[in-house]
Design a binder for this molecule. Structure first.
Ligand SMILES: Cc1cc2nc3c(=O)[nH]c(=O)nc-3n(C[C@H](O)[C@H](O)[C@H](O)COP(=O)(O)O)c2cc1C
Length: 330
């Protein structure tokens, strides 16, 4: 019964080997993080959200966010925009990188993003969602998808209307984070809305997001809602192993043993090495701090290592801390 829950997907005529995706996570899903997700079985990973305005302005730093990791056979790019004009122009630039899909962010709750008319501001304006998706479609043959929330707040649960606008404009799939903008990341995601959305959209692929922290969560969401696939988000920060755990559980019904402390540390170190490979050392080390803390949380004797890492500024020091900490396991 469980095996059919893990399956290939077809989105806009493009086939994807499985239905366990890594969600876009601003500040996290760079090439290094996506690589360790792929290593552990992610079927498709999304970039961090990329500003269409900044792309059109020619921002080099923003352009880097579009790059595919060496280990990725396929990947997806997520963009955000408040206007059809910048979305249309930016998408043509995104398309040069040949992502499998291009996703429009309609869920970011950050005030600065909302002020620009992007992210979850779009939940208040389904017509603008239509215009933006249309402009994207007009400028690329790559399938365009959208990632929405359930609404702005509990009094305006308009996801069916927003999804309908996006689909009418040509969106090939809809992902929904089953929270309102007002909830941000708090409270509990209400998966019942995913079931309603899937019933409404019929054959169009629907992906679910919200409170997926264990393999059992993944199975429950797929079973309870009938959606086609899931996006793992906070559950894979410092824990990309959740991909293989979920895949194993969906296909065999058995739970894998959790990763050993040694494997966790080795994976954390691999991600750090990759980050230093892809970025300048200082940026890589600084950006990795929060993720390294996530990897080591709860590991025996890790608090001292974490303390030292937080105060370290270069790769060589990190290497030394990892070496000493790993020795404590042998
Ligand atoms: C730190 C952080 C950054 C995020 N960045 C993005 C983003 O760039 N684009 C997006 O669509 N969603 C973003 N999200 C939302 C996640 O993709 C996901 O939908 C949400 O966290 C719910 O899933 P979870 O409860 O399993 O974490 C972000 C969430 C967090 C916590």
């Amino acid at each position: 019964m469980t095996s059919s829950l893990y399956k290939p997907l077809e989105i806009g005529g493009v086939r994807i080997g499985g239905n366990l995706f890594a969600a876009p996570l601003a500040g996290y899903t760079d090439r290094a993080f996506r690589t360790v997700c792929v290593d552990n079985g992610a079927d498709l990973c999304y970039t961090e959200m990329v500003s269409c305005e900044a792309l059109v302005r020619g921002s080099e730093k923003t352009g880097e966010l579009l790059m595919q990791a060496d280990a990725e056979e396929v990947y997806a790019v997520q963009v955000f925009s408040g206007t059809a004009d910048s979305a249309g122009r930016a998408v043509a630039m995104v398309a040069e990188h040949k992502p499998l899909l291009i996703d429009l962010n309609c869920g970011c709750p950050v005030p600065k993003i909302i002020k620009s008319g992007a992210g979850s501001d779009l939940m208040r304006d389904p017509d603008r969602v239509y215009d933006i998706v249309r402009a994207m479609k007009d400028n690329t043959d790559i399938p365009v998808t959208v990632k929405i929330r359930t609404g702005w707040d509990a009094n305006s649960l308009n996801y069916l209307e927003v999804a309908d606008s996006a689909v009418k404009a040509g969106a090939a799939a809809v992902t929904m984070h089953a929270r309102t903008k007002k909830q941000a990341y708090g409270g509990v995601a209400d998966w019942s809305h995913l079931k309603i959305l899937k019933q409404e959209l019929g054959d169009l692929p629907v992906l679910g997001s919200g409170d997926l922290f264990t393999a059992q969560d993944v199975r429950s969401m797929l079973e309870e809602t009938g959606i086609d696939g899931v996006m793992l988000a906070r559950g894979v920060i410092g824990n990309p192993f959740l991909f293989r755990e979920a895949k194993h559980y969906l296909t065999t019904g058995e739970l894998l043993d959790p990763p050993t402390p040694l494997e966790k540390m080795q994976t954390a170190f691999r991600q750090l090495e990759l980050a230093v490979h892809y970025k300048d050392e200082r940026t890589a080390v600084n950006e990795m701090k929060k993720q390294l803390c996530a990897y080591t949380k709860g590991l025996p004797g890790s608090s001292e290592a974490r303390n030292r890492m937080v105060h370290s500024e270069n790769f060589a020091t990190y290497k030394e801390i990892f070496r000493e900490y790993l020795e404590s396991f042998s």
